[in-house]
Design a protein around this ligand. Sequence first.
Ligand code: UDP
Length: 479
Amino acid sequence: MDSLSNSPYVLIFPFPVQGHVSCMLKLAELLCLSGVNVTFLNSDIIHHRLLRYTYVVSRFSRYSGFRFETISDGLPPDHPRSGITGNRVVDIFDSIKMVTKPMFREMLLPGGCLNCGSRPPVSSAIADGIMCFTIDVAKEMGIPVFLFRTVSASCFWAFYCIPKLIEFGDLPIKEDDEMDRFVTGVTGMEKYLRLRDLPSFCRAIDLSDRAFQVITSETQETHRANGLILNTFEDLEESALAQIRKHIPNLYAIGPLHAHLKSRLTSPLRSSNSLWEEDRTCMTWLDEQAQKSVIYVSFGSMAMLSREELIELWYGLVNSKKNFLWVVRPNSVAGDGQNIPAELLEGTMKRGYMVRWAPQEEVLAHPSIGGFLTHSGWNSTLESIVAAVPMICWPYYADQQVNSRQMEDVTISLPPLIVVFPSPIQWPVNTMFDLAELLCLSGLHVTFLLTPFTNTLLIRHFNVESRLNPYPIIRHLQR
Ligand code: UDP
């Protein structure tokens, strides 16, 4: 009680889908590492799935100030929460607002499980930004509440501008051939954002569509919270962040969370909070491939493919004659496993490797990865940027259209790049390498200039390959 009672006590409450939960768990872990007490309020269903992966649970058991609590999402057990489409997200949203909200309130009342026993009272809450009902409950209890949105700043800004998009006649989109017209209603993005790049909810012909309405109204309510937290960084989304700040001054761009976490953990690459079992055999397969020879293909945790799309993509990959590592989640394809043409199976045997779920952050950091065919989910986008892997974007829905346009059009300036240039003798190289590693641990990108001779020395005597792998160090060989 004593050591816990001196530190702030934060309640974190994510919307119960994989992308939101795993991202907010990263935030929770970073807070724990900074000595903050955290209670993570998970839906029963998500928590049950998380418990299957003992490495996640045992990682969090290291933090004495951390605990999980659970709450019902209000849906019947047989509701198909996974394989989510816009409508199913709306089902979860409606049920949480109706059933979970009163439970959440009870839990926060004196004597409720979030406000009793050996723990100090909750001093602030960080709630998912698409659950604005938490603002009302927290205000009633006198607790400051910060909203966390898992989307990019650009996507949030596009959502925020929806009323303007309607006022300026951008929405509803009337004709298909309008799609390449630039939007007029999103200040700061008029030069590159086309109607087709707006979040997919904006394609609703009928503006009374529930998904469209939910996202619009939740975003408009953000300013009622004490602040907004985004998993992005200033150098990447400076202009969108500046626009949002005019309306929501308490805006915190604290990303990329996974990179901050990696630099703080002693075993940096095991920061995954996956709700699926990772198939690590693909790492051995990657070890056998040539440098930058493999295209990694993954469409995240929710996108569903039709059988036609699967086959078309498969032909594309096999005919590209490139090696590929492809994540095909169970039940993510309609008519899964039926009559796959023999030439595709043969092509995959030669150059491909398929898994149901990969340790994605590790995969992207692997030297044999040369590109990422992605659905442009925001977490995948950030992970690819940090690993410096070029992306081919195939946006599917929700925020993915905005993200992919941004990656195509906006120049990314990565965090400051430091060049370490040691003299070409053995000992300074070794010491300078220690310095480079320290800089990397502080989140900087480092280029290390070497002669071929000193490079060989480093590899032979100091086992640098395994030390280098986790960091964004670029080795540059000098003549
Ligand atoms: N991911 C993973 N293994 C996979 C596929 C995805 O660990 O085989 C992780 C990925 O690293 C990312 C998340 O799942 O952190 C997907 O999030 P994103 O925002 O990219 O897409 P969403 O799932 O929300 O559509």
